[in-house]
Design a protein around this ligand. Structure first.
Ligand SMILES: [Zn+2]
Length: 469
């Protein structure tokens, strides 16, 4: 019997990690993600694996987002030396993601240690370093979409990645291995994209599975349609311009930033964009945008063609007044702008990064708008703002919230309820379905819908649960 243990993103959204044990594959991790929310140093210092990292033979990574990949450098620092399988697109993004996270961690740890020194406490030792990041990248083996790839020591198991349509390089994993005299197929959806999304392809369909892990981030609701979302986007931009305000867009560096730039470019091209000055205030998002430009050939064909024709093959050229903001000094200089700035900065859930400085500078002013364009996990500052907090704490200071808080869920990089149901219904072979990567309230609603309308039974495993199949 193969055994699968749910170690993260079970009845919750972040920290994606599942441990598979089979004879032919050995011990294989699916994802090794970071939990989000709270203080990064505290969270990382307390991070521990419920297994010996040195005992893991393989790691199959669905995509580069840190809630799926962020603990890989720590895994390496604690002794992991197996193979990491991911797509070529993911491998292009990982060094950018890891080095950025390691840089932030180093900086925060230094700050924390100075604080501890002042209190007469012992300094904390770093739990991983940039050397571990380098080693992690060396362990990666790129596997292109659609190819059957041998995996594991016995050579009897095979892996196939399919395009999940979520961000560049995101994959659905199909893993086939012999167990108890027959072939077993495990499918892990990773994060599934929407059917209609700019830059991304529609998620690939899966023919069959014995065990299926499907994400359910938006299991409880459907997104607004893309035309409605674009209208909402346009309306918010126009109203904010009239109010003589500025717009802050907390944005994931990977995927959402490029999508927002593309939409702004389209609006500009159609003559529908007021003369905003757009600032991409994130060295990581800038580097990732360059990677997207390099990888146009794997993105949605029509959108890639538009970028080639209208924007000289580069998202950077999609707006005449787009400025890349690199240094912290340049970022701070944005504080002096009174009106007309759209500032796109990370992190997407406001858990860190430059967006927190911009919030402190601007969220108290009713002229300004904070536009959320992605899912906000429970416990994050982004979620607190979306839930209507009247005041927040930033850098030890209380700041009142007077800016307009807007949420555009239609820009989500995740499939909605209807799309998840459709995706699942086309899988043959009557798989055992485990719903993961969703808050329990969302998974319950999805599960109920699947049972009532399609007589399809599902389970929502809890953290630590083991199943045999
Ligand atoms: Zn993701």
């Amino acid at each position: 019997m193969a055994e699968l243990q749910f170690l993260g993103a079970a009845q919750q959204v972040t920290g994606s990690c599942y441990l598979l044990e089979t004879e032919s594959l050995g011990r294989t991790l699916l994802d090794c993600g970071m939990h989000q929310g709270g203080d990064a140093v505290d969270r990382l210092q307390e991070e521990s694996f419920p297994f010996d990292p040195a005992s893991i033979d393989n790691l199959i990574l669905s995509h580069a987002h840190l809630d799926h990949s962020g603990l890989i450098p720590l895994l390496v620092s604690r002794g992991f030396s197996g193979t990491i399988y991911c797509t070529p697109g993911t491998l292009k993004l990982l060094p950018i993601m890891f080095n950025d996270a390691a840089g932030l961690y180093e900086r925060d740890l230094k700050h924390e240690n100075r604080r501890r020194q002042r209190k007469g406490q012992k300094p904390l030792k770093p739990i991983y370093t940039k050397k571990d990041v380098e080693t992690a990248i060396e362990l990666c083996r790129p596997v292109p979409y659609g190819k059957d790839w041998p995996v594991g020591k016995t050579g009897k198991a095979s892996l196939r990645f399919l395009d999940a349509g979520h961000i560049l390089g995101a994959a659905i994993t199909e893993l086939t291995f012999p167990e108890d005299g027959s072939d077993k197929k495990l499918v892990f959806s990773g994060d599934l994209g929407k059917k209609v999304a700019v830059l991304m392809n529609e998620p690939a369909t899966v023919a069959s599975a014995d065990l299926l892990l499907m994400e359910g981030t938006y299991g409880n609701r459907n997104h607004r349609s893309m035309p409605d979302t674009l209208q909402q986007f346009e309306d918010i931009l126009r109203e904010s311009w009239k109010r003589k305000g500025n717009i802050l867009i907390p944005s994931f560096a990977v995927g959402r930033t490029q999508e927002v730039l593309f939409h702004l470019g389209q609006l500009h091209h159609a003559g529908k964009l007021d003369p905003w000055q757009v600032y991409l205030d994130s060295p990581m998002a800038i580097a990732v945008t360059d990677v997207y430009d390099e990888c146009l050939h794997v993105l949605d064909r029509q959108d890639a063609a538009k970028i080639r024709e209208m924007h000289k093959g580069s998202l950077k050229n999609c707006l005449p007044n787009l400025e890349y903001v690199d240094t912290p000094e340049e970022s701070m200089a944005l504080n002096d702008i009174k009106h007309g700035a759209i500032i796109i900065a990370g992190s997407g859930m406001c858990t860190g990064g430059r967006i927190r400085h911009h919030l402190k500078e601007r969220v108290w002013n009713p002229k300004n708008t904070v536009m959320f364009v992605g899912f906000q996990a429970a416990g994050t500052l982004g979620r607190i703002l979306v839930d209507g907090a009247k005041d927040i704490r930033l850098f030890g200071e209380e700041v009142i919230v007077k800016a307009k808080i807007e949420t555009l869920n239609g820009f989500s990089a995740h499939a909605d309820q209807g799309e998840l149901v459709d995706w699942l219904l086309q899988v043959q072979g009557k798989p055992r379905v485990m719903l993961v990567h969703g808050e329990l309230s969302a998974l319950d609603i999805l599960s109920m819908k699947l049972w009532r309308e399609h007589r399809l039974a599902t389970e929502s495993p809890y953290i630590g649960q083991r199943i045999f199949f």
